[in-house]
Design a protein around this ligand. Structure first.
Ligand SMILES: [Fe+2]
Ligand SMILES: [Fe+2]
Length: 416
């Protein structure tokens, strides 16, 4: 029988642990993993996947100050004179001036729309049949295709954990409007769901988990991408950060920009495409369907992140350092190119490293435009024209032909 005080005890056949001792494992210092992906705007009129770029019109707040709720002495009983209703104009993305525990009136209604839209993409990896993938992997994929499949999964497993930690530990706590945090809370859940999805694929195919998960530790081309992301994350995980300090603020904005535009906006967005190339040939279709669900989430993650960055830039009157932005793109391109050439030393049928790299550049330009930044790779071409279709799910009927319909509550999945 399940023991609610210690559910694991029943599984392990041991007595329930009745001590209050913390069970948190010893810290291992700074975490290691990392990774990214892409975006579009949900909302008012349902935005067009990845390509939409609506511009909100929130006003710019004044200089940061102390929150009204911070002025009471600890333990003091408030009097009516101490209290007043929340004015949404006092909300800010960071360094907000008002009570963060009150959702409405909204200052950022678009953030709430993201949350509502995110909840329309609901699934678990157990919903998708993986039987054919097991056969495909063992009997149909070439050695080169198995190399691609395994290493894409290796990269994604680590990357999604890093994405979860970034939003949940480094970003969310710095937001000072609840409508932003609520979407990000959903995002944290989604990143963990993505990790479950990869784990389910790995288990279903029967891959060596230890070997797959450790690959980023031993393959330089995977490790490098993870380290780049870890560096950004570690720089904003410190507990002593004061975002009223202009240097700290600039660093935080660059880190958030990296995760939205590079990690999720390009690396993730384009990271699924080698598997989609197999899917287009009728191979590994279960895995690909899982990744399509993930890509839907990631499109929103990147879009939301860019929207928040844009709002911070506006509210805090920030000018991004063009040199720092250029270096971000150059580093991201070099790392992605090395990764792609490791994945695909020679092309597989329907997919090559050069296509992957060119698509990175093409999508990077799109992300930059969304922030009104200069295109980092002028002239880059849409090397994988079918990729947006995978993200935008214009083939909704085909995509859902095997899905239970109750997930599309009220026919609400209007992604175009
Ligand atoms: Fe994710
Ligand atoms: Fe994400």
């Amino acid at each position: 029988m399940l023991n609610w005080d210690d559910p694991i005890a029943a599984v392990k056949g041991r007595a329930p642990d009745t001590t209050d001792a913390p069970r948190t494992p010893a810290p291992e210092g700074r975490p290691q993993p990392a990774a990214p992906e892409a975006a579009r705007e949900p909302a008012q009129p349902a935005p067009t996947a990845d390509t939409a770029a609506p511009a909100p019109a929130e006003q710019t707040a004044g200089a940061p100050a102390t929150r009204e709720t911070d002025t009471l002495q600890p333990g003091a009983i408030p009097t009516p004179a101490d209290l007043k209703p929340v004015n949404p104009d006092d909300k800010r993305v960071i360094n907000g001036l008002t009570d963060i525990n009150q959702l409405a009136p909204f200052k950022y209604p678009w953030a709430w729309e993201y949350f509502l839209n995110a909840n329309k993409n609901h699934w678990t990896p157990l919903d998708i049949n993986m039987n054919q993938d097991v056969h495909d992997y063992h009997h149909k994929l070439t050695v080169e295709e198995r190399h691609v499949y395994e290493n894409v999964l290796s990269y994604l497993t680590t990357s999604d954990i890093l994405a979860m930690r970034n939003i949940g530990l480094a970003v969310m706590e710095k937001m000072s409007a609840p409508e932003l945090q609520i979407y990000q809370a959903r995002q944290v859940y989604e990143e963990s769901l993505h990790t479950w999805t990869y784990q389910h694929c790995i288990e279903s195919i029967g891959l060596d988990q230890g070997e797959i998960y450790n690959r980023y530790r031993v393959v330089p081309e995977i490790n490098h991408k993870i380290q780049i992301a870890n560096r950004r994350l570690d720089s904003v995980l410190r507990p002593d950060i004061d975002l009223r300090d202009p240097d700290e603020l600039a660093n935080f904005v660059m880190a958030y920009l990296f995760f939205a535009a590079v990690f999720e906006g390009t690396w993730f967005y384009n990271g699924f495409s080698p598997i989609f190339a197999l899917q287009r040939r009728g191979l590994m279709k279960g895995t690909a369907e899982q990744l399509q669900y993930i890509m839907r989430d990631e499109v929103l993650h990147a879009s939301f992140g860019l929207r928040v960055v844009k709002q911070i830039i506006k509210e805090e009157n920030i000018t991004l350092d063009p040199k720092a932005v250029r270096e971000m793109w150059d580093e991201a391109e070099a790392a992605e190119a090395a990764y792609a050439r490791f994945l695909l030393p020679d092309p597989i049928l329907g997919y090559s490293a050069e296509q992957h790299i060119e698509q990175f550049r093409f999508i990077a330009n799109r992300r930059a435009r969304k922030l009104d930044l200069e295109e980092p790779f002028p002239g880059a071409e849409n090397a994988l024209p079918w990729l947006d279709e995978q993200a935008n799910l214009r083939k909704e009927k085909n995509f859902f032909e095997t899905r239970v319909t109750e997930y599309q509550t009220g026919g609400a999945l209007s992604w175009d």
